[in-house]
Design a protein around this ligand. Structure first.
Ligand SMILES: *[C@@H]1O[C@H](CO)[C@@H](O)[C@H](O)[C@H]1NC(C)=O
Ligand SMILES: *[C@@H]1O[C@H](CO)[C@@H](O)[C@H](O)[C@H]1NC(C)=O
Length: 466
């Protein structure tokens, strides 16, 4: 009796697993050609991959797998896939859904992701997929410490051969470097180098899960701005303002500075001294931004410039000292925005906020981002709609004149890159009667004060008379 009750779920689990595991049911796919372009010009590694696939199996294929080495998968910040539709001039790119595939025990511990095709790929047919992804924290400064006058060198590790669960007929990889200064690179013939590009391949007929490690040692003087922690608080006031306050803990994650820092040398020879330092930061804010401030632990900073036009505002801020490798800065940026540009009413009568999610500083990685949306008092049933997975919570914030506190939607995400700077929405119900709460409180406070004064005067008089 007991045995049976165990046996049935086991069978169920196994059949369920085989449903989940695409490699079990997946038909045969072959990569006819793969072209990978790796851009190492900043501190974010951007990869563009074009795959031409053919279904060589006996049944239709509805998804395609991508493989990543485990270290790369860990630092994968964004992964997008699209397919071209229409011909020639009418070509448009249609985004495809990408999800992690729960397949274990793959060769080389590869992590798999599954791309769902728009329409199943029929037997014998081909399709072309465009894949784009960003990997963070993947350039290792070497030497790890440099002095003010030295350039920054980094190691980049990858595989000359595309890691793929499929047989790859022909493939080539291009690595773009920031300059022609490349100290060394692994050769996997054919390998060639021109000005700012390394070419690996063409390689023919590589079996599934082929891997051939390479190391490129190159000069990259781009500063490595990493926000270890960013908390963005957005406060909605139905009186017309959206107040945004951003708390930053920023670090230059490039090669650590060693020795003394000479400001004189730094300022007189900016092209050679502290070349990889972070001199200033640029934040791209929405147009019509107002009452912008920027302060650090010491106080308000005036060393910022704001340029605005009808499309966008750019805030250029200069920290108190330039950030050299390993140095940190903590600061706050605050600004107000006209609420009517960001708060709307949906068809079902709910209100919703529609703002950009990520960090407004250009070319930064945010290790831990928290976005808090503080709804007006009396708001109910909040619902956040974010186009990528985030951790969601609710809390209650209090500020002056609040009676019950404000519902606050808290969204958390790790490893955030500029591509996460896309709109998200927070929907909520709000009864306009609550807008009267604060003025009513003020009015009644003033009224009570008058009553108190009058009664005081009355009491006073009555005492004198007696
Ligand atoms: C800094 O500037 C903001 C906005 O201009 C202002 O509200 C705040 O009081 C200032 N703080 C200090 C310490 O001067
Ligand atoms: C949110 O705003 C963006 C433009 O900033 C717009 O393209 C998008 O349609 C808006 N989303 C909703 C749900 O209103």
């Amino acid at each position: 009796m007991e045995r049976r009750s165990i046996a049935i779920p086991l069978v169920l689990i196994i059949s369920f697993l085989s449903l989940l595991d695409p490699s079990v049911s997946s038909p045969q796919i072959r990569v006819l050609s793969a072209e990978r372009r790796i851009d190492l010009t900043s501190h974010l590694v951007r990869v563009f991959l074009t795959l031409k696939l053919e279904n060589t199996g006996t049944s239709e294929a509805s998804d395609v797998l991508l493989a990543f080495p485990p270290t790369e998968a860990e630092h994968l910040a964004i992964l997008k896939a699209s397919t071209a539709e229409g011909r020639r001039k009418k070509k448009t790119y249609v985004p495809l859904t990408v999800n992690p595939a729960e397949v274990h025990d793959t060769p080389n511990d590869a992590r798999l992701f599954s791309i769902s095709l728009r329409s199943p790929l029929k037997v014998g047919e081909t399709t072309v997929l465009e894949v784009f992804y960003i990997v963070t924290h993947s350039l290792e400064p070497f030497p790890a410490e440099i002095s003010q006058s030295e350039a920054q060198l980094v190691y980049y590790r990858d595989s000359a051969i595309l890691l793929s669960p499929y047989h790859v007929v022909g493939q080539v990889t291009y690595i773009k470097t920031p300059s022609n200064k490349v100290e060394s690179f692994t050769r996997v013939d054919p390998t060639s180098r021109s000005d700012t590009e390394l070419k690996y391949g063409v390689y023919n007929d590589r079996p599934p899960y082929s891997y051939s490690p390479i190391i490129v040692h190159l000069e990259n003087n781009h500063p490595f701005p990493v926000v270890e922690e960013l908390v963005r608080t957005m406060e909605i006031s139905h009186w017309g303002n959206l107040q945004i306050t951003e708390h930053y803990r920023l670090k230059h994650a490039g090669a650590r500075h060693k020795g003394v820092f000479s400001r004189v040398e730094y300022q007189s020879r900016p092209m050679v001294s502290g070349v990889s330092s972070l001199r200033y930061l640029l934040a791209r804010l929405p147009p019509l931004v107002r009452s912008v401030y920027y302060r650090d632990e010491i106080g308000n900073m005036s060393s910022s410039h704001l340029r605005t036009n009808s499309q966008k505002s750019e805030l250029e801020i200069e920290p108190r000292y330039p950030l050299l490798g390993g140095w940190k800065a903590t600061f706050v940026i605050g600004y107000g925005l006209p609420l009517h540009d960001f708060l709307f009413e949906s068809d079902d009568g709910r209100r919703y906020l529609n703002v950009s999610f990520g960090c407004p500083l250009l070319e930064t990685v945010v290790d831990e981002l928290t976005v808090k949306v503080v709804l007006p008092e009396g708001s109910k049933n909040p619902l956040a709609v974010v186009p990528f997975p985030v951790e969601q919570n609710l809390e209650t914030s209090h500020s002056y004149l609040d009676i019950v506190g404000r519902t606050t939607v808290v969204l958390k995400k790790k490893n955030v890159v500029p591509d996460h700077n896309i709109p998200f929405q927070v929907y909520y119900d709000f009864n306009p009667i609550f807008m009267l709460a604060e003025p009513l409180m003020l009015v009644s406070a003033v009224f009570l004060f008058f009553i108190a004064c009058i009664s005081y005067l009355h009491i006073d008089l009555s005492i004198r008379k007696s």
